[in-house]
Design a protein around this ligand. Structure first.
Ligand code: ATP
Ligand code: MG
Length: 322
């Protein structure tokens, strides 16, 4: 693929909130027609990355090119021009409750184009057909299910024939079957419309279904950026050959498998014991070892001598067990 296929380029991006550095030198490229899934633990900066890509947050360092434009230096007018070229599906669908599904979609077209009402009407029908929601056109958001709201949000995101689609947790709050149907819809749309998609998700089944490439964020950095197959190989890496993986690879494997024990949970333990103390209703100073207990399983696996070890005496201390 040539450089002209790159629709998003984030280079050495640093984003801070106050004295918290959320992104610490992030590099991500997205090419035309591919679906890139961004994943990582809660609070690792996935939504922040997405918001930087759509120009609603400006990074402190680095640069971000979207559809050939440096998104950080555009004025509001220019930014809106670029934004017209992408669609965003927010977590909740973010529909206007006082408008029908069809009106939610047509609003975008009325705001951003000079098309006749009859043409807009036809385009709305086409978009609703794309997401299989023609029958619900005249319904209000309160009258449709969560999955249908997602579809309606998607129809709206597609209204202006975007070149890039952004999704933040598209399957959050949906049952597995509905979630799988949204995945399938995303795959179909990417194929049929040739758009690039950037998807933030926690759902591993979904991630492995839709991704061409995956990006794993951890502690403000890109831990791995590779084709889906490479991530699959790590996920399926056999337990008895764990020693062949470096620590980062073990951490990614743990994340992909949703395993409670491994380097990820051990790293997550900081110097603060207040949560554990609160949980157990005991004096914080009695907790030795200086680790907070965000996951008792993680502490269990750390092999650390102290209060927690005593508590879970006799239980497995094996590292990276899953
Ligand atoms: N506007 C903001 N002001 C201050 N801090 C923020 C802001 N937005 C995000 N943060 C902080 O930045 C960090 C990353 O947040 P972000 O929403 O990007 O995480 P995430 O990876 O999307 O998490 P989740 O999986 O829970 O949605 C968090 O610690 C969050 O509190
Ligand atoms: Mg988020």
């Amino acid at each position: 693929m040539s450089d002209s296929d790159v629709v998003i380029e984030m280079k050495d991006v640093v984003k801070r909130f106050g004295d918290q550095t959320v992104l610490d030198g992030v590099n991500i490229e997205v090419r035309r027609g591919e679906t890139v899934v961004i994943m990582g633990g809660s609070g690792c900066g996935k939504s922040t990355t997405l918001r930087i890509m759509i120009g609603s947050l400006i990074p402190e360092e680095g640069h971000v090119q979207v559809l050939g434009k440096d998104i950080a230096i555009l004025d509001e007018n220019e930014l809106n021009g670029v934004r017209k070229r992408f669609g965003i599906l927010f977590q909740s669908g973010a529909l206007f409750n006082s408008m029908t599904v069809a009106e939610n979609v047509s609003l975008i077209l009325e705001e951003h184009t000079d098309l006749d009402a009859s043409i807009i009407d036809m385009m709305v029908k086409i978009k609703l057909e794309l997401v299989d929601l023609r029958e619900a056109a005249e319904k209000y958001p309160a009258q449709i299910s969560g999955g249908m709201k997602k579809r309606a949000g998607l129809a709206r995101a597609l209204a202006l024939d975007p070149e890039i689609l952004f999704y933040d947790e598209p399957s959050a709050g949906l049952d597995p079957v509905t979630s799988a149907s949204i995945d399938q819809l995303m795959i179909d749309l990417t194929k049929r419309l040739g758009v690039a998609s950037v998807v933030v998700t926690h759902e591993m089944d979904s991630a492995f279904t839709i991704a061409d490439r995956m990006v794993m964020l951890h502690q403000g950095r890109v831990l791995m950026n590779a084709p889906r197959a490479d991530f699959e190989a790590l996920r399926d890496w056999p337990e008895d050959r764990l020693g062949e993986l470096n620590e980062n690879q073990q951490l990614i494997r743990q994340f992909l498998r949703g395993a409670p024990e491994g380097p990820m949970t051990e790293h997550a333990q900081g110097a603060d014991n207040s949560y554990a103390a609160d949980l157990l209703g005991i004096d914080n100073s009695k907790l030795t070892g200086g680790r907070s207990v965000q996951s008792t399983r993680g502490v269990r696996s750390s092999g650390e001598v102290g209060f927690w070890q005593g508590l879970f005496k006799g239980e497995s201390k094996a590292k990276g067990k899953s």
